[in-house]
Design a protein around this ligand. Structure first.
Ligand code: HEM
Length: 468
């Protein structure tokens, strides 16, 4: 089978649960030309050499084109102007230097480690509140109940979006995340929806920025909006809007997938789940290995500005280039026992957050969110187990993750231990009076044995408490 059909199989939703064997076959040809003229780069060495190459452009995004509305004023005057403005002010992830560097500099001055650290307490509180809401339930859906609500709430707080508007942001983030998938570009209905969402969120942001200028607060948007004056450069309003939207979208689906893929990996490796539960200090290395082993972002697309020679292949100028990060991070030429989940590996230079100029700006925040969420889940879910393995996946091949992840948290397990204790106490009271200490010990042992037997035999989900 040709290499070009291999990547088509990666895009096929039926292969979403396990694309890794396909990556293994793709790596046999580190740089492979596809039927459509694009090049897929799949080994660690080849991705690494290209990620720092200035001849690869990130501006490979088709120009914004609003679909016709039937209204001549809109179709011939207003929309062409809006298209031009949007195309000239793309977010930094789709920009090359020098514009990219200027915009990134603005963002990083506000996205400080101190500010990210401050969000620690908020993340911990949110995770606990979300898990509290699952009390008394048979099953917990990790996506709907935890992974999805968390990142939106955190980024809204950092940016300074009022809490009352979080639900609206949540809906916008979901719709805009599809814009990052290559397939979204070809689907007319999808483009229409993305454009409408983009317009709605842009209008909202414009109003919010005005408000932040009037009444600045201690948040990122106020900081970004206040920059400039006294000879210092300022970020223009349109760049400010597209940056705020990027922060919302880039940090949403990705963090959702890190938490969900992470929990899936732990449930498939119960020994690691148990180790993390008893030793939360292991969290940073567990998360790092998750970013290598089951990363949320599988590939990103670039365009060759000039001819590039890599791994014995010449990529002609103008060709789209797909950097297959997830394959590079599983390359056995770079990582010993690459297909094994091993949080104790020492040398772990994965591409989970990309690399080079576009290295993820939100990496420290994403790590904090994932650490707190996973450690808390391990601590609070009682004897969790997967309901479906593999779980159903969302369609995206680039931003890859489960649509939902049902776990049953066996409350019966605890319930029968409590029952055992109660029975033991009752027996103790009765027996001690009449038959003396020997019978009492026998009674307690029998009740504990009964509780253990019931616990082992009845682990199905129940209406008892599944989280502590
Ligand atoms: C687990 C969660 C996350 C993962 C796996 C992730 C992954 C990535 C990757 C692979 C890139 C590189 C894109 C490229 O090379 O074209 C990237 C860029 C970026 N990420 Fe993240 N990200 C995560 C969370 C976040 C968060 C929470 C934020 C912010 C709130 C964020 C903001 C950004 C931004 C602004 C860029 C563009 C940087 C640039 O172009 O200079 N990310 N991310």
């Amino acid at each position: 089978m040709g290499d070009d059909t291999l990547f088509a199989q990666v895009l096929d939703p039926r292969n979403r649960p396990d694309p890794y064997p396909l990556y293994g076959r793709l790596r046999e040809t580190p740089v492979s030309r596809q039927a459509d003229g694009s090049f897929v780069v799949s080994t660690h060495a080849a991705v690494r050499s290209l990620i720092f190459d200035p001849r690869l452009s990130s501006e490979d995004l088709p120009p914004s084109r609003r679909p016709p509305t039937g209204n001549p004023l809109r179709d011939w005057i207003l929309n062409p102007i809006r298209n031009r403005v949007v195309n000239a002010h793309r977010p930094l992830i789709f920009r090359d230097p020098p514009d990219h560097d200027t915009l990134r500099d603005f963002v990083m001055k506000e996205f400080t480690i101190a500010r990210v650290r401050e969000s620690h307490a908020k993340v911990a509180r949110l995770v606990d509140t979300l898990i509290d809401a699952c009390r008394g339930r048979d099953t917990v859906c990790l996506v709907d109940d935890l992974s999805y609500p968390l990142p939106v709430a955190v980024i809204c707080e950092l940016l300074g979006v009022p809490e009352a508007d979080e639900a609206q942001f949540h809906a916008w983030a979901i719709r805009l995340a599809t814009a990052l998938e290559p397939d979204a570009r070809h689907d007319e209905a999808g483009r229409r929806e993305i454009t409408a969402t983009f317009d709605a969120i842009s209008d909202y942001m414009r109003r919010l920025i005005r408000e932040k200028r009037r009444r600045p607060a201690d948040d990122m948007l106020s900081g970004l909006a206040a920059r400039g004056g006294q000879g210092r450069p300022a970020m223009g309003d349109i760049d400010l809007i597209s940056t705020a939207i990027l922060l919302l979208v880039a940090g949403h689906e990705t963090t959702v997938n890190l938490i969900t893929n992470g929990m899936l990996t732990l449930l498939r490796h119960p020994d690691e789940l148990e180790r993390l539960k008893v030793d939360p200090a292991r969290a940073p290395r567990v998360i790092e290995e998750m970013l290598r082993y089951e990363p949320p972002v599988h590939f990103r697309t670039r365009k060759a500005l000039g001819a590039i020679d890599v791994a014995g292949v010449t990529i002609p100028a103008g060709s789209p280039v797909i950097l297959l990060f997830a394959s590079a991070s599983r390359d056995p030429a770079r990582f010993a026992d690459a297909d094994r989940f091993d949080p104790d590996r020492r040398d772990n230079q994965h591409f989970g957050f990309g690399g080079g100029l576009h290295y993820c700006a939100g990496a420290p925040l994403a790590r904090i969110e994932a650490e707190i969420a996973l450690v808390t889940l391990c601590r609070r879910l009682v004897a969790p187990r997967l309901l479906d393995d593999p779980p159903p996946y969302r369609p995206g091949a680039s931003l890859r993750g489960p649509k939902n992840l049902g776990t049953s948290a066996s409350g019966l397990y605890l319930f029968f231990y409590y029952l055992g204790g109660l029975a033991g106490t009752a027996v103790l009271g009765q027996v001690f009076e009449r038959w003396g200490w020997g019978a009492c010990v026998l009674g307690v042992a029998a009740s504990l044995a009964l509780a253990a037997a019931l616990t082992l035999g009845l682990r199905e989900p129940s209406s008892a408490r599944g989280v502590t």
